[in-house]
Design a protein around this ligand. Sequence first.
Ligand code: SF4
Length: 253
Amino acid sequence: MAKIIRSIRAKKSSVPSVPKKPAKKAVKSSPKPAAKKSLKPKPWTPAEIHETFSRFRKANPEPKGELEHLNPYTLLVAVVLSAQATDAGVNKATRALFAVADTPERMLELGEEKVREYIKTIGLYRNKAKNVIALSEKLIAEFGGEVPRTRAEIETLPGAGRKTANVVLNMAYGEHTMAVDTHVFRVGNRTGLAPGNTPLEVELGLEKVIPSEFMLHAHHWLILHGRYTCLARKPRCEVCLINDLCRWPEKTV
Ligand code: SF4
C-alpha cells in the first residue's frame, strides 16, 4: 500500500505544474487627469442670433450687393465673372459690356471675341468669355432667354455653381438663399454662428439658425460685415457691432 501511495506521489510530481501568473506589480494609482476644459464655444441662443441680425438691420436696413447689374441676366453674368475677382474689378469691365449687351441675344450678337476684349482686365477672362457665350446660348435654347428660377436649373449653366445660383436667386428673385463666399465663410466660422469645414456646411448652418425675417438680407449683411469689419487678417473687433456676442476666442475686445 505504501508502495502504491509513493508511486502516485511520484506521478503527481512529474506533472508540470501550471505556470503561475506573475504576480501583478503593484500599480501606483496615479491621480485622475483633471476633466479637460471644453474648447467648444458656447452655442448661440436664438435670442442672441435675433439680437445680432436686429443690429445689422438697424445699421443698414436695405443692404445692397456691390456687383453692378441691370437685370437678372446681367446679374448672372456679373456673378460668373466675379469668380476669383473683386466686385470693383468686375464692375469696371461690365459697365461698358452691359451698355452694349444686356440680354443673351445681344451678347451672342457681340460674339466671344468682343466679349473677351471687354473683360480682359478680369482674371481668367478667356474662359469666362467662353462661359458667358455658352450660358447665353443655353438660356435662349432651353429657358426662353430668361434666367431660370431654381438652383438646379441655374447650376446647369456654364460657369455657374451653387454660389452663383444662390446669389441670383436671392438678389434677382428675393429667395431666402445664403450664398457663402470667402467673407461669409470666415464670419460664419469665427463668430461661431455656423461653423463648418466647407461653404456648404456653413450655408446650411446659417440657413438653420437665422430667423426667416432676416434671410432676405442676411447674405449681404454677412458679406459686408466680413468685407469691412471682420477682416481676414486684422478684424476690427473694437468697432464691431456684435463684439459682445461673437464667440471667436481671438477677438481683440
Ligand atoms: S468681434 Fe471681431 S472676430 Fe468677432 S465678428 Fe466682430 S470683428 Fe469679427
